[in-house]
Design a protein around this ligand. Structure first.
Ligand code: ATP
Ligand code: MG
Length: 236
């Protein structure tokens, strides 16, 4: 069976400056895959290309068998891709509840769509702050809200770009627990994070990006067993 999301030789650039030199990546349905690599290697750029936020200049991007390269971002979101962007980007002048309602959509008619209530059950801290403005939340609360907001679009595949960056260990653990629960519920996930240790517990398959190309792909067991690989490409 073909993977749910497949990238094949994806290239992208910012103006004259080429950043992706042929990215190959696959996320299987119901699995957690990662995209790893040091700062500036092109992880966020890859995500932007998938979501249609930056045009891929070459290569194929397929989601559930359908070519999505070149589609506008709203069509890609409609197809079932949800993004928790690097830096969170919640609406600062909307309340927690308004942030969640703002993106709500169930375009593919899922039988049990995400509701504000279900998000609050997953993140009780958000329920307590539901009338607070986004700007007044702690970093951890903002991150939970960013995850909740992406879930409210009822994605079939959730992409998280550095969702635990800058968070306290306890809050991080809460985000990881959330991802494990989402995986159990059958959601497909592509996670980008510097916390390799946590990812090897949750993820099924890893991809390492180095200067705009995938240089290694393998399982969590393979990654854990190879400290040289981690030192060389991840600086850990
Ligand atoms: N808007 C932009 N304009 C020009 N160059 C950019 C832009 N955004 C990123 N770049 C460059 O593209 C390269 C890849 O950046 P990208 O943000 O994709 O890396 P990353 O792997 O996500 O890094 P990090 O781990 O720091 O988030 C870097 O060299 C970066 O300087
Ligand atoms: Mg990035």
């Amino acid at each position: 069976m073909a993977a749910m999301l497949e990238l094949d030789g994806v290239e992208a650039a910012y103006g004259e400056s080429r950043v992706l030199f042929g990215v190959d990546l696959a996320v299987e349905a119901g699995k957690v895959a990662t995209l790893l690599g040091r700062n500036g290697m092109g992880k966020t750029t890859t995500v932007r290309a998938v979501m249609g936020l930056l045009p891929a200049t070459a290569g194929e991007i397929r989601f559930e068998g359908r070519a999505i390269r070149g589609l506008p971002p709203y069509r890609i979101a409609q197809a079932g891709l949800g993004l928790v962007p690097e830096g969170r980007h919640i609406f600062p002048n909307l309340t927690v509840r308004e942030n969640l309602v703002a993106t709500a959509a169930n375009r593919r008619g899922e039988a049990t769509p995400w509701t504000v209530q279900r998000i609050f059950e997953m993140f009780p801290a958000l329920a307590e702050r539901q009338t607070s403005m986004g700007a007044l939340l702690s970093g951890g609360e903002q991150q939970m809200l960013a995850v909740g907001r992406a879930l409210m679009t009822n994605p079939r595949l959730l992409i998280l770009d550095e969702a635990t960056e800058g968070l306290a260990p306890l809050v991080r653990a809460e985000i990881w627990a959330c991802l494990e629960r989402l995986k159990t519920e059958g959601l497909s996930i592509l996670a980008i994070d510097k916390n390799v240790e946590a990812l090897t517990r949750i993820a099924d398959r890893h991809h390492i990006l180095e200067k705009g190309q995938i240089v290694w792909t393998g399982t969590s067991a393979e990654l854990r067993a190879d400290p040289d690989l981690q030192r060389r490409y991840l600086g850990v």
